[in-house]
Design a protein around this ligand. Structure first.
Ligand code: HAM
Length: 416
C-alpha cells in the first residue's frame, strides 16, 4: 500500500510525458487558431455546485464524487469542468462586454468509479466551452473543432454519435414518452431503474444492467418530441457537419449522463477502446445558467478524455532526444567539460554531463541509453591540445574539434 498509487490513478512516467506534451501543445495551438483562451479553475469546488449543475439523480453525483469535509464546508474534487467554468463565468462576469466567451481547459478530473481499461479515478480532460450564444453554427464549429483535434493527433476510425434533446419543454415531452414506454417493462427493470423512472427517467438510458439495456434499446421513441425551432436547429447542425465531411450517426436515445444538457448532444466513439469507447463527448447546456443563476445564456462545449486519446493514438517513437552527452576523464577535464555544458545549454543545445566515476565505456553506454545524438569526450590529453572529441553516436564516426569551436560545430550539424 505504502508504495502503490491509489487504485484508479496512475503515474505518468517520463517515457510517457513527451506524448502528453505533444498532444497538449497541438491542442493549445489549435485552440488559439479558433480563438479559445485558457481558463484554470480549482480542482475542488463546493459540493452544491455539482449537485445543482449535474443533477441529484446522476451516477456522478450519487456514486462517483470524492467529497471531503473541511470545517463546516463540504467540497468535492471536480468530476468535470463544465460546471466549474459556468461558475467561474458567472462569478467573474466573463460575459461582460462580449457576446461569446471561448474557453479551453486541460487538467485532472476525479470520479470514484470502478477502474478498468480507459476508466480511471483520476483522469484528464482537454475541453472547450463556448459561452454566450445559441446559434447552431457555434455547435457546428465546436464539433468541427473536436474533429480537427482528432485529425491533428493522427487518430482515425472515430465516429460522432449525435442527438438532440430539444429545449426544456421538449426534454420534458421526451421524458414523458420515455416514462410511458418504460412503464410497460417496469417489472423487468433493475431496482435502481424502477426508481429512476419517476426520479429521472433519462438515467435509465445510462444503466449498465443487461436487461435494462435490452429494454431501452428496443424502445422506439423517435424524435417527435422536438419542437419546430429545435428540429430546425438540429437539421442545420447536421447539414453543417455534412458540409465539412464529418462522419456522424444520429442516435435516438443518446441523452448523456449529466442533467445540464439540452439541444444537441454528441459523443465521439472509437472501436479500439473496448467497453469504454467514448474518446470524448459534449453538447449544448443552455439551461445550466438558468439553473445556477437564473440567466438565459447559451453554451456548448466538449471534453476529450486524455487517457483515452493516448489509447487511440498511433504508436510512434518519441522525437524528443538529448543532443549532447558530455564526459570527462581526469580532473582538469571535468572543469572544462562543465564550462562546455553551460555554453551548449546557453546556445539552446540540450545537453547533459556524466557525473559518474565510471570508465569511458560505461559513459558511452549511458550516452547510448539516453539516445544522445553526440557524445563529447574530454580527457586531460585533449585539454593540453585545446581540443575535444565529438562522437557521432548513430554513425559511429568521431571528429577532433577545437574546444573554442565546439558549440558552433554542434549547432551547425543540428541545423542540417
Ligand atoms: P463526460 O462524458 O462525462 O462529459 O466526459 C468526457 C470524456 O471524459 C469521456 O468521453 C471520456 O473520454 C472521459 N472520461 C470520463 N470519465 C472517465 C474516467 N473515469 N476515466 C477516464 N476517462 C474518462 C463531461 O465531463 C462534460 N463536462 C463534457 C462537456 C464539456 N460537455 C459540454 N462541455
Amino acid at each position: 500500500m505504502l508504495l502503490q498509487v491509489p487504485r484508479g490513478t496512475k503515474d505518468i512516467l517520463p517515457e510517457e510525458t513527451p506524448v502528453w506534451q505533444e498532444v497538449e501543445s497541438k491542442a493549445r495551438r489549435i485552440f488559439s487558431l479558433y480563438n479559445y483562451a485558457e481558463i484554470r479553475t480549482p480542482v475542488f469546488e463546493n459540493v452544491t455546485l455539482f449537485k445543482r449543475a449535474l443533477g441529484d439523480v446522476t451516477d456522478i453525483v450519487q456514486k462517483q464524487m470524492f467529497v471531503f469535509k473541511q470545517g463546516d464546508d463540504h467540497f468535492v474534487l471536480r468530476p468535470e469542468a463544465t460546471a466549474s467554468i459556468a461558475r467561474a463565468y458567472l462569478e467573474n462576469n466573463l460575459g461582460f462586454g462580449v457576446k461569446l466567451r471561448k474557453l479551453f481547459y486541460i487538467g485532472p478530473m476525479f470520479r470514484a468509479e470502478r477502474p478498468q481499461k480507459g476508466r480511471l479515478r483520476q483522469f484528464h480532460h482537454i475541453g472547450v466551452e463556448a459561452i454566450g450564444l445559441t446559434n447552431p453554427n457555434l455547435d457546428i464549429e465546436v464539433i468541427e473543432l473536436a474533429d480537427k483535434l482528432l485529425r491533428e493527433f493522427g487518430i482515425s476510425n472515430y465516429k460522432f454519435v449525435i442527438n438532440s434533446l430539444g429545449c426544456v419543454k421538449d426534454k420534458a415531452k421526451f421524458a414523458d414518452l420515455l416514462k410511458q414506454a418504460l412503464a410497460k417493462h417496469k417489472k423487468v427493470l433493475c431496482k435502481d431503474c424502477q426508481k429512476r423512472i419517476t426520479k429521472n427517467v433519462f438515467r435509465v438510458l445510462d444503466c449498465k444492467n443487461e436487461k435494462c439495456k435490452e429494454i431501452t434499446h428496443s424502445l422506439k421513441i423517435g424524435q417527435s418530441y422536438l419542437c419546430g425551432d429545435c428540429k430546425s436547429h438540429f437539421d442545420k447542425v447536421l447539414k453543417g457537419l455534412d458540409k465539412f465531411g464529418i462522419k456522424y450517426e444520429v442516435k435516438e436515445q443518446l441523452v448523456r449522463g449529466l442533467d445540464y444538457y439540452s439541444g444537441v448532444v454528441f459523443e465521439v466513439v472509437h472501436p479500439d477502446l473496448g467497453a469504454q469507447d467514448a474518446l470524448g463527448a459534449g453538447g449544448r447546456y443552455d439551461y445550466l445558467f438558468k439553473e445556477l443563476a437564473n440567466k438565459e445564456i447559451g453554451a456548448v462545449g466538449f471534453a476529450f478524455g486524455e487517457e483515452r486519446l493516448m489509447l487511440a493514438l498511433p504508436k510512434k517513437e518519441s522525437s524528443k532526444k538529448l543532443n549532447v552527452y558530455v564526459m570527462s576523464l581526469g580532473d582538469k577535464a571535468a572543469d572544462k567539460s562543465l564550462e562546455l555544458v553551460k555554453n551548449l545549454r546557453s546556445a539552446g543545445v540540450s545537453c547533459d554531463f556524466d557525473y559518474s566515476d565510471g570508465s569511458l565505456k560505461s559513459k558511452l553506454n549511458e550516452a547510448n541509453k539516453l539516445g544522445a545524438r553526440f557524445a563529447i569526450i574530454i580527457g586531460d590529453d585533449e585539454i593540453n591540445k585545446g581540443k575535444l572529441v565529438v562522437k557521432f553516436m548513430q554513425e559511429g564516426k568521431q571528429e577532433e574539434v577545437e574546444f573554442v569551436n565546439a558549440v558552433g560545430f554542434i549547432k551547425n550539424i543540428l541545423k542540417e
